[in-house]
Design a protein around this ligand. Structure first.
Ligand code: M6R
Length: 609
């Protein structure tokens, strides 16, 4: 949510900053802005995408310096206007600041600053922080930032410059991600995420909460907000440039859908011992005993990750016979939850930065739970705040609509369930059988992807309909929720996902002539029941699109369209049934002319509660 990039070095900053900002655009794209030091601070801001800012800069002089910062915004406080776009400035010392996060006590601080005579030009919380730093400035930017941050509550990743100190960049973080890339020439790129850094350097360090870093061309020093020195851990950034480029695809979402076979192979690699019929998860080994003895598992997440978590719950109960529940992180945190001894909490998140999930994790830890993470982004806040965990290893996900992270999360949760099952009740034979089936999942996904043209054609038949239903049972009830979410978020079509049996308890009233109802009707324990639910929709005029198992010719008699998936054991079926649903959402959005990778009102990583 909001992307920030800053540069200090010897190269011209403008191009470098804009390139970095484009790579972070998935984090927000309401408006963008840049400030470059060139004798004085030059600032430009524009409503819209980074391209609008770039266009504006073409007609402007003075943006030639080699110290600067920039921002792409996802609005929280204040509407989408140029005045509310970052960077924000103070009114005394030529201070400019970009910010990702929310200053929660901004109203009280604003009143205090107004009483001191400061005049505000925006409605943002960020301008309040810029003014506060200005108010506290006594000739040392680092000290003023530390002093200001001692006064604020909330979340922030900030980069700050000051005209009076033209060779200094101060950056800090609490709650929102920020990392410093160390170049080979005493130059630094600071950004919300490694995608904006990797083309310059792979040597980075992540800021921890309350870290403040002062960077100059002579070096850097890291402290906390009380000026106590901190030793950051420099590490290698493991991102491949190819992974964050379109590579010939029209959209990242489509690229990521097609990457799933490769991503899942990487996710499973080295984690399945087929001979011994067991799962090897190095990330859990330190807590093997506690995990084996767990009495209850609470899986917590938001959005797509929550749907994966729901599948995780079915897996844990079905395979490991372990009482499990799923919780919206945002609800769990404030519900005064009961955590008994032996509770394991699993936070599921692609970004590892989702504020709701992070807060739920902290709550659970405080109440004594063992905290595990199922995270994609290595080194992200949640991955660092959990006791142990398993990374997805599916590579960077750039499309706002999550696809390969979802299948990665389901695959990892399947591995964790088998890991627990094997230590509790499952024999090597049964576990080995399921692992062998898992190994074949990537190849089966490839077979579904070959049907993309058919899926496109079916989708286009219904793309003008404004209301859709997605229905499934058991393991594929969460998949139905995910199908509906995908369609909503990128094609802006109203869609509801629900258990197929729930429909007759009310939602069936919605069905009218021609309403598309997508049924997940693969072979499994509830196949017959799903078929009955299909009849209920058909007899009321609904048009049924079924996701069915190859070889099921009978189903064609009962539905308008069928999309086939290869046969697969039921616990693994969501890994296949979701693929046609992802493609349907993609083709619907394209047919409706939407910007698939940057859907309206959304941002990839939701770092505010
Ligand atoms: O980074 P996370 O997995 O924690 O993100 C959670 C949700 O914000 C995310 O899955 C969101 O629902 C996606 N836009 C869905 O495609």
């Amino acid at each position: 949510m909001c992307g920030i990039v800053a540069y200090l070095g010897n190269k011209p900053a403008k191009h470098l900053l804009l390139e970095g900002l484009k790579r972070l655009e998935y984090r927000g794209y309401d408006s963008a802005g840049i400030a470059i030091m060139n004798g004085k601070l030059n600032v430009a801001r524009a409503v819209g995408r980074v391209a609008m800012l770039e266009e504006k800069l073409e007609g402007l002089e003075g943006f030639d310096g080699s110290l600067g910062l920039c921002h792409t915004r996802w609005a929280t406080h204040g509407s989408v206007t140029e005045h509310n776009a970052h960077p924000h400035r103070d009114d005394k010392h030529g201070i400019a600041l970009v910010h990702n996060g929310i200053i929660e006590n901004y109203a009280a601080l604003k009143t205090y600053l107004q009483d001191k005579g400061h005049t505000f030009t925006s409605q943002t919380d960020t301008e309040v922080l810029a003014m506060l730093i200005g108010e506290l400035y006594e000739g040392d930017l680092e000290k003023a930032v530390q002093a200001a941050l001692r006064e604020v509550t909330g979340a922030y990743a900030i980069c700050v410059v000051c005209e009076k100190e033209p060779g200094v960049l101060v950056v800090a973080r609490k709650g929102s991600p920020l990392m410093v890339g160390i170049g080979s020439n005493n130059d630094y790129v600071v950004a919300s995420d490694g995608a904006a850094i990797i083309s310059h350097t792979s040597r980075v360090f992540m800021l921890d909460d309350y870290n403040v870093v002062k960077l100059t061309r002579e070096g850097f020093r890291t402290t906390d907000v009380n000026n106590v020195a901190v030793n950051p851990k420099v590490q290698q950034l493991e991102i491949d440039l190819e992974q964050i480029e379109l590579g010939g695809y029209p959209h990242f979402m489509l690229k990521e859908i097609f990457e799933q076979p490769k991503a899942l192979r990487a996710c499973m690699s080295g984690r399945m011992d087929l001979r011994e019929g067991r799962v090897v998860l190095g990330g859990l080994s330190t807590f093997g005993k506690e995990i084996t003895r767990a009495k209850r598992v609470i899986l917590t997440a938001q959005g797509t990750a929550l749907h994966a978590a729901m599948i995780g719950r079915y897996l844990l109960e079905d395979l490991a016979k372990l009482p499990s529940q799923t919780e919206y992180a945002s609800e769990f945190r404030y519900r005064n939850p009961t955590i008994e001894e032996g509770t394991v909490v699993v936070a599921v998140s692609q970004s590892g930065e989702t504020a709701d999930t992070l807060a739920a994790l902290h709550e659970a830890k405080e109440r004594g739970a063992l905290a595990l993470g199922v995270i994609n982004v290595v080194g992200s806040t949640i991955s660092r705040d959990t006791d142990a965990g398993v990374y997805l290893r599916v590579g960077p996900e750039i499309g706002v609509a999550s696809t390969k992270a979802f299948t990665g999360q389901v695959a990892v949760l399947t591995l964790i369930s088998l890991f627990m099952a094997r230590r509790r009740i499952m024999g090597a034979g049964d576990c080995g059988d399921l692992l062998r089936e898992m190994e074949r999942i990537p190849e089966k996904i490839e077979r579904i992807l070959e049907q993309a043209p058919i899926i496109k054609k079916v989708t286009e038949k219904y793309v003008d309909r404004e209301n859709w239903l997605f229905l499934g049972r058991g393991y594929n009830y969460p998949t139905a929720l995910e199908g509906a979410l995908k369609l909503k978020e990128i094609s802006y079509i109203h869609a509801e996902g629900m258990p197929a049996a729930e429909m007759k308890h009310g939602p069936i009233a919605l069905i009218n002539e021609g309403m598309p109802a997508v049924f997940i009707a693969n072979r499994g324990r509830q196949y017959e029941k799903v078929m009955s639910n299909i009849q209920e929709v058909r007899s009321r005029g609904g048009h049924v699109i079924a996701v069915a198992t190859e070889g099921d010719e009978q189903i064609k008699k009962h539905v308008q369209d069928v999309l086939y998936i290869p046969d697969v054991p039921e616990p693994l079926s969501p890994l296949l049934t979701v693929i046609p649903l992802q493609l349907m959402a993609y083709y619907a959005a394209v047919a409706r002319g939407h910007d698939v990778d940057k859907p309206r009102n959304l941002a990839k990583s939701v770092t505010v509660e």
